[in-house]
Design a protein around this ligand. Sequence first.
Ligand code: SAM
Length: 198
Amino acid sequence: MKLNAIERAAMNNPIRAVHQHHREAAWFRRLGGGDLRGQEVLEIGCGRGVGAEVILDRLHARRVTAFDLDDTMVELARKRLHDRPVTLSVGDACDIHQPASSHDTVVDFGIIHHVPHWQQAIAEIARVLRPGGLLLFEEVPRHLLDTWAFRTFTVHPRENRFEADEFAAELARHGLHGTARIEHHLGGLVFVGAAQKT
Ligand SMILES: C[S@@+](CC[C@H](N)C(=O)[O-])C[C@H]1O[C@@H](n2cnc3c(N)ncnc32)[C@H](O)[C@@H]1O
C-alpha cells in the first residue's frame, strides 16, 4: 500500500534521513556481521532513496537495485541518486522482477508491514537471495499498527499483520534463519534483525 500524506511527511524528512544514516546503519552493521563490502544489494520499497545511500555509504555495497510501488517515490529516489551505482524501478515486493538467487543481500527499511499479503513478499525475498545471502529487516509490529494513532493517521492493511516472532517464523518457513536475535528499538516502535538463507 502507498503512504498517505502524514506518513510521507514522517518518512521524507531530514531527521529520519540522519537517523537512517547513523542509528539504523549501525543496527544493520551489528546484526549483519559487519558491512556489505563489494556486494550486489536489493532494496525493497526504497521510498525516496535514503536507504540506498545508507547501503552504499555506510554498509559499503558495490551496487544497489531498488524499487518501490509508488512511482512518485521512485522519482524522488532518481533525483537523489542520479550519480550513484543504483538501478531504480517501480515494482511490487510480492512479484520481484529479479532472477532467482541473484542477490547477496536484501534490505527492508520498514516496508513489509505495508504489504497486505506479506508472506508472499517473504517468499519472493527468499527466491532472489543466493544461498548464504542475507536479509536485513526493520519492521513495525502488529500491536503498534493496532493503536488508535496508527489506525487514525496512517494507512496500513488492517488484517494479517505480524509480531516479531511471527515474522521470524515466516522467514524460517522460507529457509531464512536468524543470524542474531531480533532487537526492539525506539521504545518498541520497530524491530530489526538479520536472517541468512540456508
Ligand atoms: C514506511 S515507507 C519506507 C520507505 C523507505 N524504505 C524509507 O525507509 O524511507 C514504505 C514504502 O514501501 C512502499 N511499498 C508499500 N508496499 C509496497 C510493495 N508491495 N512493494 C514495494 N514497495 C512498497 C511504499 O510506497 C513506501 O515508499
